[in-house]
Ligand binder design. Structure first.
Ligand code: HEC
Length: 107
């Protein structure tokens, strides 16, 4: 079977590709800080709500991922929720939403 070596190569490459859009560990620490500080100023330091809605895993459970991402990307016109697209990439927004939905890391 001459094709076998390629299979061994293809599997780890696919795993790397799937993770490629995830922020680096250093950037992840910055994002945790940003969410706790900047988002926390409206959503509460524990993200349990304030001026903004709660961003806990429980509160977000039934909300569609895409809608939450769109809210962070573009903000909600007519409310205090500002757009973050100039500060956060789509991959970073996705990472933040995934973390919010599974319980956001402490700093
Ligand atoms: C200046 C205040 C403010 C800041 C800062 C802020 N938000 Fe918000 N956010 C709001 C408000 C107010 C709402 C509710 C809007 C509405 O009434 O629909 C909201 C809504 C949201 C929602 C939708 C929640 C839901 O249940 O539909 C998400 C997700 C969200 N914000 C994430 C973030 C993230 C992540 C950050 C930081 C990157 C952030 N917000 C920073 C005020 C803020």
């Amino acid at each position: 079977m001459r094709i076998a070596p390629f299979l061994f190569l293809a599997v780890p490459l696919a795993a790397v590709a799937a993770r490629a859009s995830e922020p680096t560990p250093g950037r992840q620490r910055e994002l945790v800080h940003l969410v706790r500080q900047d988002c926390g100023s409206c959503h509460g330091m524990q993200l349990t709500g304030g001026l903004g809605l709660p961003l806990t895993a429980e509160a977000l459970r039934d909300k569609p991922l895409e809608g939450l991402e769109a809210t962070i990307h573009g903000g909600r016109p007519g409310t205090a929720m500002p757009p973050w697209k100039s500060i956060l990439s789509d991959a970073e927004i996705r990472w933040i939403v995934e973390k919010l939905m599974t319980g956001f890391p402490k700093e």
